[in-house]
Design a binder for this molecule. Structure first.
Ligand code: THU
Length: 131
């Protein structure tokens, strides 16, 4: 299960631009109609301008007109020694743009873990707080 979305995320990881951290991340959002939207981490010498792989992938998906209910799964992979989990900024972004119970597949090629936003960001601040 999830082999396709994991392998596409590793493909995306090949395009990571990470000359500073040398930590490579790839992500793939799979839509229910079978499309794959890829992203890799793209760093900057002004470190705060770096953009993470999973944000690039979900923004790519949304930029093609897809929305949270169109998404089947997301995979986020890295070449780290242990499984990488989304950073705090990515958790906030993903909590808004994917369903809270969507399978999030994490892998470093050695271990794989399936989680979701309910686990990664409980009690999330979201649009319902603004009404
Ligand atoms: N990175 C990601 O792409 N996703 C995460 O959720 C964790 C961090 C990237 C950002 C930076 O290019 C490198 O990993 C080290 O922080």
């Amino acid at each position: 299960m999830y082999e396709d979305v994991i392998s596409k995320a590793f493909e995306a990881m090949k395009n990571a631009y990470a000359p500073y951290s040398k930590y490579h991340v790839g992500a793939c959002v799979k839509s229910k109609d079978g499309k794959y939207f890829l992203g890799a981490n793209i760093e900057n010498s002004s470190f705060g301008a770096t953009s993470c792989a999973e944000r690039n992938a979900i923004f790519n998906c949304y930029s093609h007109g897809y929305r949270k209910d169109d998404i089947e799964a997301i995979a986020i992979v890295s070449d780290g020694k242990r499984i990488g989990t989304p950073c705090g900024i990515c958790r906030q972004v993903l909590a808004e743009l994917i369903p809270m119970d969507l399978p999030i597949v994490l892998s470093n090629g050695v271990e794989t873990l399936v989680t979701n936003m309910n686990e990664l960001l409980p009690m999330a601040f979201n649009s319902e707080d603004l009404v």
